[in-house]
Design a protein around this ligand. Structure first.
Ligand SMILES: *[C@@H]1O[C@H](CO)[C@@H](O)[C@H](O)[C@H]1NC(C)=O
Ligand SMILES: *[C@@H]1O[C@H](CO)[C@@H](O)[C@H](O)[C@H]1NC(C)=O
Ligand SMILES: *[C@@H]1O[C@H](CO)[C@@H](O)[C@H](O)[C@H]1NC(C)=O
Ligand SMILES: *[C@@H]1O[C@H](CO)[C@@H](O)[C@H](O)[C@H]1NC(C)=O
Ligand SMILES: *[C@@H]1O[C@H](CO)[C@@H](O)[C@H](O)[C@H]1NC(C)=O
Ligand SMILES: *[C@@H]1O[C@H](CO)[C@@H](O)[C@H](O)[C@H]1NC(C)=O
Ligand SMILES: *[C@@H]1O[C@H](CO)[C@@H](O)[C@H](O)[C@H]1NC(C)=O
Ligand SMILES: *[C@@H]1O[C@H](CO)[C@@H](O)[C@H](O)[C@H]1NC(C)=O
Length: 555
């Protein structure tokens, strides 16, 4: 089927532009109608309105496919954007619905598993490249209805859509359910991120990693089956304080059985913290690290056991580059003239010192892993190459872990201002004032707003929403889904019970990928559970399901 017959849907007129590309025909789908409302930069999308950024879809390819199931595939992109999409229309068993998984970093190729799940559930599958928040997804949902009606020769009945996504994809999902009307008839948000998750959750994990590393065996021993679940009683005062802080603020205590996942490199956490989290903090809040080490109210200066611990952990010295190793055109490592004592295993920054007149200034910094025996610092991938080009034999470097240490306490200075985050009361005094100085901006708000494409987490949802969190999730804390539940209850009042459900999966963590072999004795996959929720939402059981109120209590 080429879109060679004229078909007018409610909101799309299909115009044709025959272009001599390698594929026989390039079809242009041009949305027509009133422009969607925009308020404070947030676009509200209805079936009738046009989001001007995603107004023009160019269909670049279409045709029959046999793998993973027989289907008709339509691919395209939005003009003047880098967002492309694919629509997978199964040949058999369509029951008038579609499924659409969202994630900020995904490409437009759906996993075979998702195409098969959609088809088995009576749906076609949409997959939109990430980066367009819920808006590009909504535009594809609309286009897909036009295409499906034509493909299935069924212009009469409604087509029901279901959007779902985990972690960063939950942000897109919430953006969608708060800012669109009639585009999707149901949504599932998995392992839910909220406006404090990034960076605060990472900071808590890094603090746990830093302070509790030497006690991890004790903690794991208390938490494993057969333990008494009370590692606190076996820790010294400083470690107890930190384990209390990070669990009060949301890391599930049971998750500490997987200490290497929370704070080690089983999950690549150390690299994530180094190359993503610290630069994010620095870009939003460039004076934080210095304040941490110089001002009152920050651990760097605090007169306490924990403050002493942080100062003991401080590692810094000046050195000179003795040799460089270049691969291709990139500097990959440097050998230093000397290495002071035993450097920390991770978290070092290398600041390039340059001389201007008689004073030394920083020309910028990079991160690397320093080995004290070989005196070699292996430079992390993705560092600024312009800056690395300044490094040669004789370059003076200042080596330190100030930013890493400061970053592990950043959550203390990021108490959310929104109502309902009761867990953050842990960081307040009895008079409700913050115990520690608060920074001028809340990074988590900006991150969630951006990743969701404009979600404000008001809880005012426009379609049925199932949230599913995992009780051993140390990335998206179970407590935070409960926070959002409160927002929805507040916004919907009497419509709450018929619109929203929160489910928790026990013995599951954050990751949608198959559970690694060495974790199988501890963790189960939550895949089957959320696919069942999607099917329930899509079936007539939807009403029934929403009549059963979930009952749980959070410990
Ligand atoms: C197609 O249209 C008919 C009504 O003409 C309807 O009964 C049927 O359920 C529709 N949907 C599908 C998926 O065939
Ligand atoms: C799309 O993403 C998947 C999963 O990350 C990857 O396996 C695949 O190679 C990517 N496809 C393209 C065309 O980049
Ligand atoms: C829709 O109708 C056309 C023309 O009658 C037919 O060729 C095509 O196979 C039909 N599509 C489906 C999915 O049944
Ligand atoms: C973690 O890092 C250490 C040191 O860099 C390495 O020896 C170890 O193999 C890594 N573990 C994993 C699971 O990547
Ligand atoms: C890389 O470093 C150079 C020199 O300090 C700087 O001008 C440039 O903005 C940096 N680029 C990025 C992407 O940070
Ligand atoms: C988000 O909601 C808050 C109130 O909860 C409001 O003050 C703020 O203006 C909203 N922001 C946007 C961009 O809509
Ligand atoms: C929620 O959104 C609806 C529009 O869907 C609006 O009428 C209502 O006032 C909003 N409620 C709150 C509490 O903001
Ligand atoms: C929702 O259902 C629960 C459990 O049945 C009940 O306690 C609560 O009052 C209901 N809330 C509303 C707003 O109807």
């Amino acid at each position: 089927m080429k879109f060679s017959t004229k078909y007018l849907s409610v909101c799309f007129c299909i115009a044709y532009a025959a272009a001599g590309t390698t594929n026989a025909i390039t079809t242009t789908l041009l949305a027509k109608g009133p422009e969607c409302d925009i308020k404070d930069g947030v676009v509200t999308i209805t079936p009738e309105c046009v989001d001007t950024t995603y107004k023009t879809a160019i269909i670049t390819d279409e045709g029959d496919e046999d793998v993973p199931i027989p289907h008709y595939r339509v691919s395209g992109y939005f003009d003047e954007t880098n967002i492309d999409f694919t629509i997978y229309l199964p040949k058999n068993g369509w029951q008038g619905r579609f499924f659409q998984k969202v994630y900020p970093l995904q490409n437009s190729t759906a996993e075979d598993h998702d195409i098969v799940f959609g088809a088995d559930s009576g749906g076609y599958t949409n997959q939109v490249a990430g980066g367009g928040g819920y808006r590009a997804d909504a535009a594809v949902a609309k286009i897909s209805r036009t295409i499906a009606r034509e493909y299935y020769n069924n212009t009469t009945s409604d087509i029901y859509g279901y959007i779902y996504g985990g972690s960063g994809g939950s942000l897109v999902t919430i953006g969608a359910v708060e800012n669109t009307f009639g585009i999707w008839q149901g949504a599932v948000a998995l392992v839910q991120a909220v406006p404090v998750s990034n960076p605060n959750n990472f900071c808590l994990r890094a603090m746990a990693g830093l302070v509790l590393e030497d006690h991890k065996d004790t903690i794991i021993d208390s938490i494993r089956p057969g333990g008494n679940m009370n590692p606190f009683s076996r820790l010294d005062a400083v470690s107890r304080e930190v384990l209390t802080e990070v669990t009060e603020l949301g890391i599930p205590l049971t998750a500490f059985e997987d200490f290497a996942g929370i704070a080690g490199n089983r999950t690549n956490f150390l690299r994530t913290f180094r190359v993503l989290v610290l630069p994010t903090i620095e870009s939003f809040d460039p004076t934080y690290v210095n304040d941490f080490w110089t001002k009152t109210g920050y651990l760097g200066t605090e007169n306490s056991g924990l403050g002493d611990f942080y100062r003991r952990m401080l590692y810094e010295y000046d050195t000179v580059v003795q040799d460089t190793h270049i691969e291709g055109r990139n500097l990959v490592s440097v050998v230093l003239e000397n290495v002071k004592s035993t450097p920390p295993a991770h978290g070092l920054q290398f600041t390039i010192q340059s001389h201007v007149g008689s004073s030394t200034i920083s020309a910028g910094k990079f991160t690397a892993q320093l080995d004290s025996d070989t005196r070699m610092a292996v430079i992390d991938p993705g560092q600024n190459s312009t800056l690395l080009a300044l490094v040669s034999k004789g370059t003076k470097l200042h080596v330190d872990n100030r930013a890493w240490l400061a970053g592990t306490a950043y959550h203390r200075h990021q108490i959310p201002k929104r109502p309902g985050f009761d867990s953050y009361d842990y960081l307040r005094n009895a008079d409700a004032q913050p115990r520690y100085p608060q920074r001028g901006l809340l990074i988590g708000e900006t991150v969630s707003f951006g990743a969701s494409g404009g979600g404000n987490f008001t809880g005012n949802i426009t379609t049925k929403l199932v949230v599913m969190d995992s009780l051993n999730d140390f990335d998206a804390f179970p407590l935070h889904a409960d926070w959002y539940k409160g927002r929805v209850a507040n916004a919907l009042s009497e419509r709450f019970n018929e619109t929203y459900r929160l489910y928790y999966t026990e013995s599951a963590d954050h990751f949608a990928e198959p559970v690694p072999y060495d974790q199988l004795s501890r963790i189960i996959s939550y895949h089957g559970a959320y696919e069942q929720h999607l099917r329930d939402l899509a079936s007539s059981k939807s009403q029934q399901m929403l009549q059963i109120a979930a009952e749980y209590s959070l410990l």
